[in-house]
Design a protein around this ligand. Structure first.
Ligand code: SAM
Ligand code: SF4
Length: 266
């Protein structure tokens, strides 16, 4: 459906959990963040209802699952299967840190996931450990290898870069990506609370003029913009109204927001 600025909003990003098995320095403090109560987190049935209404009434045809870390969500494969079976979902993807990809790549593909974005900030074990505060590089690379062999339509790597001093680290990731046929996107580190956001290199993220996204948080709110605190709860006023208000009140461009990436999903 078109918003007030003639942008065709056809893309829903769903944060399935605010929990994560890593603690990336640009995303979360070492001790983690205050987590939602379990009873406030949407069930798969509720998420499915949102997708069905978004597709049938508002023309959403692209869906991405994110988090927190989507692969730590219990039974995530069944959610992928449920969404992949919704008529009108033409493109179903996931953003993951890849730590559990070796285990889940095949079931994800079989359940109907079309595309994967995997976060990979470094191919050096120590650097990776410093950035994510976890020693998981080997597991992520194994997972990527598995996903490639299984034949996902497209695998993209996300690499967060803070400044020029990170370019060398980025170039090493680029070499790895080229060698394995993965598409790489550099994401400049952002600080939403200060209104510091940039367009993703080689992608549409952060480009307000072209923004076609709505976000559903794991506690059931529709956020029309990553860089704004405006949100509408699917519980009250209800799914259809929350989606409608989200599209009709989508800001022309982002400003600042209290949200963090681990909550809203990037
Ligand atoms: N846990 C999954 C992952 O890391 O891919 C999915 C959620 S994560 C919040 C989604 C994306 O947001 C990741 O690619 C991550 O690098 C990016 N991200 C997190 N904090 C960021 C920040 N401050 N600036 C730019 N990108 C950020
Ligand atoms: Fe977790 Fe992803 Fe945030 Fe890293 S970027 S802490 S993996 S949610």
């Amino acid at each position: 459906m078109l918003d007030r600025f003639n942008r065709n909003v056809n893309y829903l990003r769903i944060s399935v959990t605010d929990r994560c098995n890593q603690r990336c320095v640009y995303c979360m403090p070492k001790e983690g963040v205050t987590l939602l109560k379990h009873e406030d987190i949407l069930s798969f049935e509720q998420i499915l209802q949102v997708v069905k209404i978004a597709v049938a009434k508002f023309g959403i045809n692209k869906v991405r699952l994110t988090g927190g870390e989507p692969l730590i969500k219990r039974d995530i494969i069944s959610l992928v299967l449920m969404i992949a079976n919704v008529d009108g979902v033409e493109d179903l993807s996931m953003t993951t840190n890849g730590v559990l990809l070796n285990k889940y790549a095949l079931p994800l593909k079989e359940a109907g996931l079309d595309r994967l974005n995997v976060s990979l900030d470094s191919v050096d074990r120590n650097e990776y450990k410093t950035i994510t505060r976890c020693d998981n590089l080997e597991r992520v690379l194994k997972g990527l290898d598995k996903a490639k062999k299984i034949g996902f339509r497209k695998i993209k790597l996300n690499c967060v870069i803070a400044g020029d001093m990170d370019r060398k680290r980025g170039q090493e990731v680029k070499k790895y990506a080229d060698k394995h046929g993965f598409e790489l996107r550099f994401i400049r580190q952002m600080d939403i609370s200060k209104g510091e956001f940039w367009q993703v290199e080689g992608g549409d993220g952060g480009n307000c003029k072209k923004c076609n996204r709505l976000r559903l948080s794991s506690d059931g709110r529709i956020f029309p913009c990553l860089f704004s605190d405006i949100s509408y709860s699917i519980k009250e006023p209800g799914i259809e109204e929350a989606l409608k208000r989200g599209i009709l009140n989508k800001p022309e461009s982002g400003e600042t927001a209290d949200n963090n990436f681990s909550f809203i999903g990037g």
